[in-house]
Design a protein around this ligand. Structure first.
Ligand code: ADP
Ligand code: ZN
Length: 625
């Protein structure tokens, strides 16, 4: 499958602007992957690496990073060595490539020595196009010697943000990757990540010695993902309603903070007729691997997980990501929600969030290891996340601004679709802050939000009795708002830094900015929660959303093709998307190609898959007509 060396020469000589149709890279794209054109920066990246240049590629999940190193690995002589931390996924990556007719292998600690030796022999014999390995392998002198015995076409450093200590996925073994450049200075390196903050980017460049690499920064927008954040009241119920009304039968990921709530939520969904499995570090390896494998292989499974799940999962048809607890940072939120809709089809990022989330996160920060600077960093992350939750403007614009990318209101998030009204919360804020102030100044006491709200509402709870709080001047001054509205006020003051929360009990305290509201007449505009949360906003649709944008007459054919795909994938023991992606099946259902040649021009149908499945697909089409 490795193209002859003159392919590479052809690509080098080729002017990407003129006659690019026939470049070696273009041919590989069509012949192997079945795509007609590169997307976004892919062409430039590919040509740059084919030409021997180093590259740093920042592209969102679903942007098409894999092709950026897979195509050059096929065009350049030798084997593309891919460094990846995702050992559990290497088998699937290799299977997916094999389905395309690409010769791929991996080396990691999960293998038996003889399996490993077989792969090593293939590498030395030049019988591989791509070789995946875990970063710790590259530190071994034996690995270095192995690589010297064969020919390396390029090094691809996937999930390159793992080298960043401040990032969210630091892996110490990534620090060792600076040896690549020292030991093999002539082999081009391409580092790829979907992590976008400038701080992480700079750290990647510095630690991987990529100062002279060309940088390719794509837009981080994921236009097919609809962002929604709703007030949390009964999270399980809310989740169930959300899935039933918008994503029944779809594959999705639900994130919870604790293992306990993962287990409970998975059980709750299952009891209510939604196929769901748990995934967290407390489960034994076998169960975890089995649940992940089911998620990848079955259509329409829901995984309820802690954040330990999902990085590198390249399942293209995850239709929703739900958060039942607040992520620790905007970065984390973006990465996790980004696992939805890699195939570019409409998907939803849905979250519920409440006051307790803030208290809980604050508690985690207070008890976290590390010095004061580290905790401050965590607090900044949380503040940015809260600001996103409480924003009155477009969520997407705010998200992209966090990554330094400007944008206009998107029309596909809850705040764009159902703009929240704002109201003048100055007086409410003053009432609340003075309750906190009085407790502190007059009594030297601190309390959590629940008790403070009770005081404002004039509720006679046991604590009020015990501490004589009904004698406070602020007792009962807040009956103009309801309990839920007060909680919203507290959340927004926290998000705006006008109030702070501390410690195990989530006590509220004033900040420096509080006094501006209390004494200097600072105004406090607040958002009013929409009466009912924003409803699904795409045109109402029935059944499976992947079929939603097909013409109704084509839906039955799409379903038939999916059935065929499910059976085929099961027979071969691979995930359904390794056979064909949804997008490919949709195009087939819509176009109904009548010949193999016709079918071969559908996106995602390369030579190998055409030869393997072409006749069968045509049969399904004929039978279903
Ligand atoms: P990433 O690694 O950046 O998350 P992938 O490499 O998995 O993204 O690609 C995301 C999806 O886009 C995959 O389904 C892939 O097949 C598809 N894709 C990538 N590049 C192209 C292209 N040039 N034309 C059509 N589809 C593409
Ligand atoms: Zn928007």
């Amino acid at each position: 499958m490795t193209p002859p060396d003159d392919f590479a020469a052809l690509a080098l000589d080729d002017d990407p602007g003129v006659g690019a149709e026939s470049s070696a890279a273009q041919q590989v794209l069509r012949r192997v992957f079945g795509y007609d054109s590169f997307r976004g920066d892919q062409r430039e990246i590919v040509e740059h690496v084919v030409g021997g240049g180093d590259a740093l590629v920042l592209m969102p999940t679903g942007g098409g990073k894999s092709l950026c190193y897979q195509v050059p690995a096929l065009v350049r002589p030798g084997v593309g060595v891919v460094v990846s931390p995702l050992i559990a996924l290497m088998q699937d990556q290799v299977d997916a490539l094999s389905a395309l007719g690409v010769r791929a292998g991996f080396l990691n600690s999960s293998q038996y020595p003889d399996e490993r030796r077989a792969v090593e022999a293939q590498f030395v014999a030049g019988e591989l196009d791509l070789l995946y390995m875990a970063p710790e392998r590259l530190r071994l002198e034996s690995t270095a010697r192995l690589l010297d015995q064969g020919k390396v076409a390029l090094f691809a450093i996937d999930e390159a943000h793992c080298v960043s200590q401040w990032g969210h996925d630091f892996r110490p073994d990534y620090l060792g990757l600076s040896v690549l450049h020292e030991r093999w200075p002539d082999v081009p390196r391409i580092a790829l990540t979907a992590t976008a903050t400038e701080k992480t980017r700079d750290e990647i460049i510095q630690r991987l010695d990529l100062g002279s690499a060309r940088r390719f920064v794509a837009s981080f927008d994921r236009p097919n993902i609809q962002y929604r954040i709703e007030p949390k009241n009964r999270p399980d119920r809310q989740l169930l309603d959300f899935i039933r009304s918008e994503h029944s039968g779809d594959a999705g990921i639900v994130y919870c903070l604790s293992r306990n709530s993962v287990d409970k939520t998975a059980a709750f969904l299952s009891e209510n007729g939604i196929t769901a499995v748990p995934y967290h570090a407390g489960l034994d390896n076998g169960t975890r691997a089995a649940n992940q494998s089911r998620f990848l292989r079955e259509d329409g499974l829901v995984v309820v997980a802690t954040i330990a799940f999902g990085m590198g999962i390249d399942k293209p048809d995850v239709r929703f990501v739900a958060h039942l607890d607040l992520p620790k940072s905007v970065e984390g939120y973006y990465q996790e929600t980004g696992r939805a809709g890699r195939d570019g089809l409409p998907s939803t990022a849905w979250m519920v969030y409440g006051l307790n989330d803030v208290v809980q996160q604050r508690k985690l920060i207070d008890s976290s290891e590390g010095d004061a600077a580290h905790r401050r960093q965590l607090q900044l992350h949380l503040d940015a996340m809260l600001a996103l939750c409480e924003t009155v403007s477009c969520r997407r614009t705010q998200l992209l601004a966090y990554f330094g990318q400007p944008g206009l209101p998107c029309g596909n998030c809850d705040t764009c679709l159902t703009p929240p009204q704002s109201w003048d919360g100055t007086v409410a804020a003053q009432k609340l802050l003075s309750a906190v102030l009085r407790l502190e100044r007059e009594r030297g006491q601190r309390f959590g939000a629940g008790h403070i709200v009770d005081i404002l509402l004039g509720k006679q709870n046991p604590k009020v009795q015990q501490y004589g709080h009904h004698e406070l001047k602020v007792f009962g001054i807040g009956t103009d708002l309801r309990d839920g509205e007060w909680r919203s006020v507290v959340r927004q003051l926290l998000a705006g830094g006008l109030l702070a929360v501390h410690g195990d009990y989530g006590v509220l305290t004033l900040t420096e900015a509080s006094s501006e509201v209390l004494f200097d007449g600072r105004r406090v505009p607040l958002r009013r929660e929409p009466e009912r949360a924003a409803k699904p906003v795409r045109a109402a649709k029935a059944g499976k959303s992947v079929a939603a944008d097909l013409a109704p007459v084509d839906v039955p054919m799409f379903e038939k093709l999916r059935e065929w795909r499910a059976a085929t994938a099961k027979e071969q023991g691979v995930p359904a998307y390794v056979v064909f992606h949804d997008a490919t099946l949709r195009e087939i259902a819509a176009r109904k190609p009548a010949s193999l040649a016709d079918l071969g021009s559908v996106g995602g149908v390369g030579e190998n898959k055409l030869a393997k499945y072409g006749e069968q697909v045509l049969e399904v089409l004929t039978a279903g007509r």
